[in-house]
Design a protein around this ligand. Sequence first.
Ligand code: ADP
Length: 563
Amino acid sequence: MARSHSKVRDDTTSSRSRLIIGLIVLSLFLVLGLAWQALQAMRIHLETATGVLQDYGRLAADEYVRRAMGEVGYYGYYAYGNLLRQQASRAARFPFELDEPPADSPAARARRLARYVFFYDGEADELSFAGGPAPDAEVVSALHVLADEFSRGPLPETGFEIIHSMIDRTGRTFVLTRGDDDARAIGFEVDRSALGRLLGETFDKGSLLPASLADGAVTNDYVYLRFADQSDHVLFETGGRYDPYLIVANPIGDDYNGIFQRHTVSAAIDPDIADMLVIGGLPRSRLPLLVVVLIVTVGLLGMAIRQLQRERAVVRMRTNFVSEVSHELRTPLTQIRIFAETLLFDRVRSPDDRHRALEVINRESQRLIHLVENVLQFANGGGSKRRMRTECQMLGPVVERVIDEFRSLAGQTGASIVYDLAHDAAAQVDADAVRQILVNLLDNAVKYGPTGQTIRIEVISGPGHIHLMVADEGPGIPRAERERIWSGYYRLERERRSAIAGTGIGLAVVRELAALQGGRSWVENGDGRGARFVVEFPSVGGGNAAPVKSSAAPIPRLPGEPG
Ligand code: ADP
């Protein structure tokens, strides 16, 4: 009946735990779902913001190319090219002396773009140089071919041809022109460092983005720009590098007579200005935060599940405890009843039998009292409600009295008790509590030790403390369990399988009572086999006088008693 009750209770507890675990797992999925949603929202926001910034980057790049074409093409290549063409039309022969344009004139600025000037006489098939150091042979021969083709082909509408070529893995730009009906070509190679400087000046000339944007706050300081030629050689680049995902690269086509054909302009807008251009700015990655939230959630889930498991274990232990207590109560009560009836109905044959019957009644009632004391102590919640009546006293006599009282109980298994008590060991203790401690330890020693063993009890006085020790010859306590046995309801696995009855609260009560008197308790290996339980009390003064030694012979078992 009791079993089926506890089974029903177990089932209820486990289905409740399952429900709670189910709810927790559900909330984990909810958190996962929310995290996924947040990530998606962030991704979309990031894409939008990046898209807007890239559009502005493209706008800045287009505007820059437009300005650079004017500065480099119109005021640069064409300006100087025209000057050369005019001189060439006037010249009777090639090469001729170059007129240097007046300093500070626009033509002089354009002139700086020419590394050297070349003359090609198609009829004589002659190439000559002026106005700068002549190029090396490889360039000369390449230029020869280019100039020859140009002098023979139709003249472009603009009067110029701009050729971007790769010679010896270096990008080179040549500007070629000629008179309308002339087979002679004249031109120059572009000086790339001068071109770079001009591109820089062009960048500095004014904001690339419209002033209407963010009230003119988006100046060129927030624009990154990189201008590279056909060999990807960087002709001009602003300071600062931006995340590659913000950079847009625009290859330049053949507009304006191909001034920057196959060149590339890359641009990006500083993400710092993003919140002026996009509502909400560029979102920061929330991934680390979400990962932390997930880890914490999983951690909490784990903790909750562990807590539930512990709760279930406690419920199980409590259920066992109740049945163990009932069982332990029934055994002495049955004995008391049997021997009381024997006396009551005068079934004793001799005064010895009567004495033995009374002894059993006395011993079993002691055991009952002891059990009830333990349960009460334990149920009172750590003894917080029990008031210690401590007084300074010698521990030896207290211990000796308990041993005397305990003899009849120990006698059940024919155990002998030897003791060695420092009779000067004085401590501030509650004699009843010490009694309960010692009885619990002795009870265990008898219960778990073998028949006919010797139980050693010692009171040792040390510096500042007194040790009360109980050693038996039982199986001892495995090292890993030496701390756990002190918790309430806890019994070793081997006991659950053995027939040795117990409630699992004896040692918890020992520890509580020791702590209430300012002491502590632990277990260690006995001298040979077995366990040695030690309770330490703080000592009060006291010396190291010779201990009182005594011993007790094995106590004979009473006839008719259970073993
Ligand atoms: P109980 O003895 O009622 O089971 P205790 O709290 O007194 O509960 O002891 C807890 C557990 O510690 C016991 O179940 C037993 O497994 C182990 N134990 C206690 N004392 C001894 C001992 N002297 N020798 C071996 N094992 C012991």
